[in-house]
Design a binder for this molecule. Structure first.
Ligand code: PMT
Length: 406
């Protein structure tokens, strides 16, 4: 049961507006407080009275209406919300939001909202596939909006294809799956982040493109969820998350020592670092000199120890979550690592695609565990981290429940 989550539902003008009435009912059943905003065209499809009766609050529709501003002004409405969901979101609403227009209450609220924003598009399949609509959707995703659906199937216009609004139950689940406050209260979380640097000589090293943003975002999300956090960080240029114990390391060997020493006193380990798989077999004490006679140079590398796999072998191991960064066959490699390293969960991300992965502001994750998987859509790394923390807490709760009832 969600404790009084404030959901602001914005309904734009499409036939799927009738499904949003059911969404209000489901959200309230889950314990949420719902307030509804409608565009003028939405009111052509469903009466505001329907939403008023279902939500128990007057419906807002006008931007510049003294009465409505008195009852709750648009800025206050945006501040009030823990989440804004635009359902259905028409092609016109998507276009306005993606371009920052603010010519009615809904689009102004979108601009004023600082909470997570969800949209559930609904439109004719040809309108959905039009390149300009796809560009608008991509833009919104890049801005951190979470897109739910649309689904494929028969449409009200008689055509078949993508464009049906997702079912209210699916939208309700997604909204309620967001991290509840303090879901990791009392837990200790150990996170590794950033790259490692493997020295060749006093001036050179081998490293990778990890910026540490994903791991640091996870540390912040775990702190926000009430956990005590230890962050073992490779060399990055990010500010330490306030409240976390940070252990700075440079090499894979140093990260191994720090993580293995700390893991037994933690409940959860998340390996988000990009640890070198190989490091130079020999670190030269003096700078390696260029030889005029040599056009190539061969370096001997040796395998590093697999920190994640070793944590998973510890007696009384923490709930162990790995990452997988792949350029191809994402699912296959992720499932292989989940089984081979004996993990509780693995979060797989693409490298070099769709602006996600290494050194980007956004990312998307395909998360796998033994009996299931979940897709966390492209969004900014802070929000994605909150979703992953919420999922970890959900899976741990599930396992605890299973153990207690076994
Ligand atoms: O730091 P950012 O710029 O924000 O980018 C984020 C990220 C792409 C680095 C992150 O999301 C990510 O995917 N991290 C893991 C990258 C990686 O090394 O993946 P891998 O598939 O090579 O390793 C699999 C898992 O084993 C990882 O959890 C890794 O931490 C762990 N590992 C690997 C080698 C090793 N010697 N020890 C390990 O613990």
């Amino acid at each position: 049961m969600t404790i009084n989550k404030h959901i602001l539902l914005a309904v734009s003008g499409g036939i799927a507006a009738y499904k949003s009435a059911e969404l209000v009912r489901l959200l309230r059943k889950q314990g949420a407080t719902v307030r509804v905003v409608m565009t003028r065209s939405a009111m052509q499809f469903v009466s505001p009275l329907t939403f008023q009766a279902l939500s128990g609050h007057p419906v807002h529709s006008e931007l510049l209406d003294a009465d409505e501003e008195n009852s709750m002004g648009h800025i206050n409405l945006a501040r009030w919300a823990d989440a804004l969901i635009i359902a259905p979101a028409t092609a016109n609403t998507l276009a306005k939001c993606s371009h920052g227009l603010a010519d009615d209450l809904l689009s102004t609220l979108y601009l004023a909202a600082t909470c997570p924003v969800y949209i559930a598009p609904a439109m004719n399949q040809a309108m959905w596939h039009k390149p300009v609509t796809q560009e608008n959707i991509q833009k919104l995703k890049n801005h951190g909006v979470i897109v739910i659906g649309p689904e494929q199937g028969d449409q009200a216009c008689g055509e078949t294809g993508f464009g049906r609004m997702s079912e209210p139950a699916e939208i309700c689940d997604r909204l309620m799956a967001e991290p509840t406050a303090q879901c990791l209260s009392g837990f200790k979380v150990l996170i590794s982040a950033g790259p490692t640097r493997e020295p060749l000589d006093p001036v050179r090293y081998i490293t990778n493109r990890s910026s540490g943003k994903m791991g640091y975002a996870l540390a912040k999300a775990a702190l926000k969820a009430g956990a005590k956090v230890t962050l073992v960080s490779g060399p990055v240029s990010l500010a330490a998350p306030a409240g976390a114990d940070v252990i700075n390391v440079e090499t894979a060997a140093q990260m191994h020592v720090a993580v293995i020493a700390k893991a037994p006193e933690h409940d959860i380990y998340i390996g988000a670092a990009a640890v070198a798989d190989y490091s130079p077999a020999l670190m030269e004490n003096e700078k390696i000199k260029k030889q005029d006679s040599q056009t190539t140079l061969t370096l001997a590398l040796q395998k590093t120890r697999d920190i994640l796999a070793e944590v998973a072998q510890l007696p009384n191991r923490p709930f162990t979550v790995g990452f997988a960064a792949e350029t191809h066959d994402l699912e296959q490699y992720a499932l292989d690592k989940l089984a081979r390293k004996n993990l509780d969960m693995i979060a797989a991300n693409w490298v070099g695609r769709d602006q996600g992965g290494f050194d980007s502001e956004q990312n998307a994750l395909q998360v796998f565990w033994k009996e299931g998987q979940r897709t966390l859509e492209m969004t900014d790394k802070n929000r994605l981290a909150e979703q992953l923390i919420s999922l970890i807490s959900e899976r741990m709760e599930h396992e605890r429940h299973n153990k207690n009832t076994a």
